[in-house]
Design a protein around this ligand. Structure first.
Ligand SMILES: [Mg+2]
Length: 191
């Protein structure tokens, strides 16, 4: 079967990694509980920044956010490796900007994720992912972002939201930790 995955905040804990970097850079500590309860994808309001200031902060730190030691979510690497072992196809579909794509591909491979030639898609907008997902004929797709997930509801595939504070209003199948993935497949008879 064909499995598609968003990367940021689906397979890797990028937003929390950025949250930690912001605290260091701004020399300002913010309670972790506030981060865990935040209902927006951007994190700037935790630091009292406007949307514009937040955008500038994110852009100025983007290389550091993307390419340092952002941790994969627990069991994510192992779950995807197991999919490959079982003979499935694994695709990555990330809306990171084009200039970050090549290094991102390298980075996720170095982090241990299985990356096969021709199965890494990058540089599209959030609302353009749907076209790639349709064209690939994926059987499963996983993402965290409401703006992406909202565009996928008409497609004939199994869509899962990777649980986070800003997507709990979505009433679609949900995965909270990657150790659940193989169980989901077993229950669906897809392994
Ligand atoms: Mg994401």
């Amino acid at each position: 079967m064909k499995f598609g995955f968003d990367i940021d905040d689906t397979l890797i804990n990028l937003r929390e990694h950025a949250f930690n970097l912001y605290q260091k850079k701004l020399n300002k500590s913010v309670e972790h509980e506030k981060f865990l309860a935040l209902k927006s994808v951007p994190i700037h309001e935790l630091f009292g920044m406007t949307t514009e200031e937040g955008g500038r902060m994110w852009n100025s730190l983007r290389e550091e956010i993307y390419y340092t030691d952002c941790p994969p979510f627990p069991h994510a690497v192992e779950a995807l490796q197991e999919l490959i072992r079982q003979g499935h196809e694994v695709y990555y579909i990330t809306a990171r900007a084009p200039e970050y794509c090549e290094r991102t591909k390298q980075w996720i491979a170095e982090a241990g994720f299985p990356v096969e030639e021709g199965r890494f898609y990058c540089g599209m907008g959030d609302t353009e992912k749907v076209h790639i997902i349709r064209k690939l004929g994926l059987d499963y797709y996983f993402d965290d972002k409401p703006a992406v997930l909202d565009t996928l509801m008409e497609l004939p595939l199994k869509v899962y939201v990777r649980d986070n504070s800003y997507n709990r209003h979505l009433d679609i199948p949900r995965i909270t930790t990657w150790s659940e993935l193989l169980e989901i497949l077993r229950e669906a008879g897809d392994r």
